[in-house]
Design a protein around this ligand. Structure first.
Ligand SMILES: Nc1ncnc2c1ncn2[C@@H]1O[C@H](COP(=O)(O)OP(=O)(O)OP(=O)(O)O)[C@@H](O)[C@H]1O
Ligand SMILES: [Mg+2]
Length: 226
């Protein structure tokens, strides 16, 4: 079984004028198909930075990220964008849905970026997934007309509509109350199991982290014993 995502010796340093911030130092990570990994660490420890690098949204100062056997670092932005669209799904603490579009339109969007997908097909798949996340009755609502938990369900449907091999989730439940957080996490893992998608989730919630297959703690830029 070949891993889906491999990060080798990742370091990240920010240089701004005379100020140098070393955020990550020599991190390795291997994500296998269908695996569920929780990343924890204090605020500012570099969790979001790492997810951005793994998702090809940011570049490491040193090291390499391999997605499906291809090195992201040697690609141009267009190629990286295609890799993201094909293999990755992103969920954030704040939903990042487009305010002027309906739930169906938001969820269909990643599919519409693919050259061969028709609008009818994209809408159909978006509707099916919205049904699965319990929002079949809110298809034409805009984000502003949905509750916080509902918006996060739409965001999850959007992340999964392309059937990615990995979901990168940055505190997907961080903005929700306890019950909603539990239910969103349940939904995420249920869909993940159905689609055989790996999940890499940053969370502050140790109870949720405990439900993952592996827990990784980031401190001083590298992994420490959880
Ligand atoms: N563009 C930047 N320039 C300089 N420093 C930055 C930049 N972006 C992030 N940092 C620093 O990198 C460190 C890690 O930030 P990051 O957002 O990855 O932390 P985090 O673990 O996700 O924290 P939180 O739990 O609060 O979301 C922080 O100390 C931050 O100040
Ligand atoms: Mg963060």
């Amino acid at each position: 079984m070949s891993p889906i995502l491999v990060a080798k010796n990742i370091s990240k340093t920010y240089d701004e004028g005379k100020i140098r911030t070393q955020v990550l130092t020599g991190l390795d990570l291997t994500v296998n198909p269908g695996e569920r990994i929780a990343i924890v660490g204090t605020s500012g420890s570099g969790k979001s930075t790492l997810l951005h690098i793994l998702g090809g949204l940011d570049t490491p100062t040193e090291g390499e990220v391999w997605l499906h056997g291809k090195c992201l670092n040697t690609m141009n932005e267009t190629q990286r964008g295609e890799m993201r669209n094909e293999h990755l799904g992103f969920v954030y603490q704040f939903h990042h849905l487009l305010a002027e579009f309906t739930a169906v339109e938001n969820v269909a969007m990643p599919l519409l970026m693919r050259p061969k997908v028709t609008t009818t097909d994209a809408r159909q798949q978006a509707m099916e997934l919205l049904e699965k996340v319990g929002l079949g009755h809110r298809l034409d609502h805009r984000p502003g007309e949905l509750s916080g938990g509902e918006r996060q369900r739409v965001a999850i449907a959007r992340a999964l509509v392309t059937k990615p091999s990995v979901i990168l989730a940055d505190e997907p439940t961080g903005n929700l109350d306890y019950d909603n957080a539990q239910s969103i996490f349940g939904l995420l893992t249920e869909l993940q199991t159905t689609l055989d998608t790996a999940l890499l989730m940053v969370t502050h919630d140790r109870n949720l982290a405990a439900l993952a297959d592996r827990q990784l703690l980031i401190r001083n830029g590298h992994w420490e014993q959880y």
